[in-house]
Ligand binder design. Structure first.
Ligand SMILES: Cc1ncc(COP(=O)(O)O)c(C=O)c1O
Length: 284
């Protein structure tokens, strides 16, 4: 049975109980993180903590009395241990909401404790998909204007991903105002006219931790990255396209809306970066 963390306690998943007044349930009033652990080692945990802290600050939830970087590290490692995940690949899920209180749109009383939940589970890398590439569809980006906050309000992402899923595609390439922003659950990189491009950090995309690591790896490999959005009309000229994320690694996208990307096979830049990421994570 899996063991989870909820508000200071470690307990069996089926014993974990949330209030029906929890604002995460009622409003999606919270943020989350998904991070990776490889054989008991946390990957980029400081970066995940920094993004989480920033998100909490942006939506004015304080966990000062409950959580800090050190405590989160302890919780994560204990979850790996209690779930027998120290020898394998795993993901850690963390969600923080504004807590449970009588339903009002405005913030609850100041003494309302945030809800803090964390769990861990085994992650199996879909190696074949990484190697052969996957397909994607384009989809309108109808999300709000603070996509830089990793909010649990994921309805537009869920609907876009479902559309992709229905046609056997791996990811939805989101398009806002004629430009590619990101995927429904990943950042996107593409090669156009020999230039590796990705959307710049802004309120329109999530600042992905994998995206950040890829910038570091690309610098080591002397692969220039241009932070300029890919325009919808450039999509037919894409030579490569790949999605990046904590559970996505570097996933080549070799077909878009039923047409091949480039020659329809994973391209050399994506392959190089995927391998570099595997070495950095220790999953290669
Ligand atoms: C919308 C969105 N963009 C990008 C990412 C990639 O972020 P990270 O590399 O931190 O997992 C995610 C990850 O889940 C996501 O949901």
């Amino acid at each position: 049975v899996s063991r989870v963390y909820l508000n200071g306690e470690f307990l069996a998943r089926e014993d974990a109980r949330l209030s029906i007044d929890d604002r995460g349930f009622l409003f999606g009033d919270g943020v989350y993180e998904v991070s990776r652990a490889v054989r008991g080692r946390l990957f980029e945990d400081d970066a995940h903590w920094d993004r989480l802290s920033r998100g909490l600050r942006e939506i004015a939830i304080s966990v000062a009395d409950q959580l800090d970087a050190h405590r989160l590290r302890e919780i994560s490692l204990r979850l790996l241990d209690e779930n027998d995940l120290t020898g394998t690949d795993a993901t850690i899920y963390l969600q923080i909401t504004r807590g449970a209180a009588l339903r009002t749109h405005w913030f609850p009383p100041a003494q309302t404790a945030p809800t803090i939940f964390a769990s861990a589970r085994a992650f199996e890398i879909p190696r074949t998909l990484r190697e052969t590439g996957a397909s994607a569809i384009t989809h309108p980006d109808v999300r709000w204007l603070r996509c830089d906050i990793k909010s649990v309000n994921l309805l537009p992402n869920v609907l876009a991903k479902q559309r992709a899923h229905e046609v056997g595609a791996f990811e939805a390439v989101l398009i806002r105002d004629g430009t590619v922003t990101e995927g429904a659950s990943a950042n996107l990189f593409g090669v156009v006219d020999g230039e590796l491009r990705t959307h710049p950090l802004s309120n329109h995309i999530l600042p992905g931790i994998t995206r950040k690591v890829l910038f570091e790896l690309a610098e080591e490999l002397e692969i220039p990255i241009v932070e300029r959005p890919i325009r919808a009309e450039e999509l037919p000229r894409l030579q490569e396209l790949f999605a990046t994320g904590t559970t996505t690694d570097v996933q080549p996208l070799v077909a878009l809306d039923g047409r091949p990307v480039g020659d329809g096979r994973p391209g050399p830049i994506g392959i190089k970066l995927r391998k570099a990421l595997e070495i950095r994570m220790g999953t290669g």
